[in-house]
Design a protein around this ligand. Sequence first.
Ligand SMILES: Cc1ncc(COP(=O)(O)O)c(C=O)c1O
Length: 460
Amino acid sequence: MTDPQNLFTLLAQAQSLLDEATAHLPSAFAPALDAEAQSILNEAATRLHDNYPYAHPLYAGQMLKPPHPIARAAYSLAMSVNPNNHALDGGRASSAMEIEAVAALARMFQWSQHLGHLTSGGTFANLEALWIAGQLAPGQAIAASDQAHYTHSRISSVLGLPFVTLPSDATGRIDLAALESLLAQGRISTVVATLGTTAIGSVDSLDQILELRKKYLFRIHVDAAYGGYFTLVGNLTPASRRAFDALSYADSIVIDPHKHGLQPYGCGAVLFRDPTVGRFYQHDSPYTYFSSKDLHLGEISLECSRAGASAVALWSTQRLLPYTPGGAFAQGLESGRSAALELHRRIAADASGPGPRFLAPLAPPQLDIVFFAARHPQAAPTPESSSALAQRIFDQAARLDLHLALASLPIRLFPPETFPGHTTGNVTCLRSVMMKPEHLAWIDPIWQRLDQATTQSLEP
Ligand SMILES: Cc1ncc(COP(=O)(O)O)c(C=O)c1O
């Protein structure tokens, strides 16, 4: 967790350097912060107690990861300028930093050319990618798997594009046979492949989806909002590695620096492999774009005002932790993945041992997201009893300061006969997103609390 003293010391030095830019101007009014402001801030701090302790490794629930201290410091620094990256009028330096930061993302995907920009998050980034898909093939359908983020069907509806949901297989990956028969019907313009699905972190077989392009004409959009940075890590399975190695052939990619890129919220990114799609963004603005003939980011983005501070924070974090395979940034992701594999191993050992209390899914984690179901050791599990027990463990673990998540997941993600007589439908599972590098070192305290919470939840 952040050492505030260190953060504020570094920030103060950088702030005085930044203030030199305006030191020659006559002094201007700046609202003072007085005792009332202090008391309001104190009240806000107290209100903020009503949150889970997201930054602590015992928070191992949803996709929530604290920004790196340098991102926090750089964001705060930029806030004293409050640049707006819509146009160069509003953020010259921060626009240049955004262009550099997005180019670093493109290089990570091995793209020698690209068009792209930051967005407010993964939803808007995906909206822009599917909007371009719709511009290129008006009225034709978008297809994504039932494990893809729900945003794709909603976005398609906003864009007035038909949307088709494809089934996923027992590992949560897009069902390739179903995809091929859909493509053969010729209605699909764009397939969304998800590299790192939201619920279980499954990785669609992008390499095999690409193979289908030898037979059918379609566009591939990769939603790597969650998983994109895993392209840097060394401890993927061969199947996932092949999928990530195919990324450079995608037509568009979404990645969220505010998920695994150590950024504060408000930082997604969309990248296009063919820069000429910029023609669809072309518009004139009667208010902006006069200050320079250089590209204004608003000319290649659907959102107008965007936080220049996000670009400054991302740029600074990339300088400290470059996107190098095997480097410190990649090691952080590898560590979270190792933690997930270890938690899964312990769940699977419990599930196949005497007096099992857990049910392990068919496949180990593909990235760093673990899920499992709960059972009473002495009774055959049903989806209903398992779901109720998962809820009790979730609540009890929180009382022991271990924060997990719940997810309703298809029964077919578990080995056949896990729930005797049930092959379809869903079961409420416990889910843990092990996003923090520290999770590996904390695996024993996490396991010990899970074990205790489960024992207590099974008590009559
Ligand atoms: C794979 C995927 N795509 C898109 C999104 C939506 O991103 P955001 O919440 O940043 O809008 C998420 C969010 O969890 C996601 O996991």
